[in-house]
Design a protein around this ligand. Structure first.
Ligand SMILES: [Ca+2]
Ligand SMILES: [Ca+2]
Length: 269
């Protein structure tokens, strides 16, 4: 499965254009709510929104994809960029709009995704925050789901680091996103693994929509929100069992804010 997964990833990444980012193009394929392909061959990761995954299937993933299709599929779209125009997979990081309608805002209004910001922040996010908050209060789409009731949400969980986890402890990480309209300080928040081992978060302030990467091993915390926030649990060995584990996040009052299981069955390909 792993080899098949790598092969599929390699094929999917096959047209990996690296030329100047286009200002307009036709959308020729919508993979999921926040990922699409242009007539130029470029794949686009839509800025300012994160939609539920299709594989493994998450609630509202299909709704998000269909909403994106309804707005942009086959249309000529306008693309705009921040200072980072491509991500680590060679995909364009672009705001996408059609007839003046911003796709990310369209999805946030419908509850088919949450605000997801990759620093540096170079635009006014107030309309995005307001749209999300309105959908959240109305429990529209993803906001009706139990996993989205806390102020923070686990957006990824890499329990299995690349290679031997013992020599790549920081390759184990998870990502938390602030789902609220206000900054959240994780001071005194805690996390546990499946065995009940506990770690306490240091003070790290997440602006709305921003994420923090939480690595298992040693390192210097990156607490400046003009860049990707990152903290290190300072563990001397891997934390997460590659076969099966569970990450649970608690707020300062001991209330569960989110929990996510990892198992080999649910994490492949
Ligand atoms: Ca591991
Ligand atoms: Ca590994």
């Amino acid at each position: 499965m792993l080899i098949l997964g790598l092969l599929v990833a390699a094929l999917a990444a096959d047209p990996a254009p690296s030329g100047p980012p286009p200002a307009t193009a036709t959308v020729v394929n919508v993979y999921d709510g926040d990922t699409l392909t242009l007539s130029t061959g470029d794949r686009v990761r839509v800025r300012n929104v994160n939609t539920p995954e299709l594989k493994p299937a998450e609630a509202y993933g299909i709704d998000a994809r269909d909403a994106t299709r309804s707005l942009v599929d086959g249309k000529v779209v306008t693309l705009s960029y921040g200072s980072t125009t491509r991500d680590g997979y060679g995909r364009l990081l672009a705001s996408v709009s059609v007839d003046g309608q911003d796709l990310a805002l369209f999805l946030l209004e419908r509850g088919f995704g949450h605000l997801y910001v990759i620093p540096p922040i170079e635009q006014d996010l107030a309309p995005f925050i307001a749209a999300q908050e309105k959908a959240r209060q109305a429990k529209r789409g993803i906001w009706s789901n139990a996993a989205y009731q806390g102020v923070i949400h686990i957006t990824s969980f890499h329990a299995n680091a690349d290679g031997d986890d013992r020599s790549n402890i920081n390759g184990e990480y998870f990502r938390l996103c602030n789902m609220s309209a206000q900054p959240v300080d994780l001071a005194a928040f805690k996390l546990t693994d499946i065995s009940g081992n506990t770690w306490e978060f240091p003070s790290v302030v997440l602006p709305p929509g921003n994420t923090v990467k939480v690595h298992s091993g040693r390192g210097t915390n990156q607490l400046d929100d003009s860049q990707q926030l990152a903290i290190f649990l300072q563990n001397s060995g891997p934390i997460w069992n590659n076969q099966e584990d569970r990450l649970t996040i608690y707020d300062r009052f001991g209330k569960v804010v989110d929990s996510r299981a990892h198992s080999v069955q649910s994490s492949t390909p």
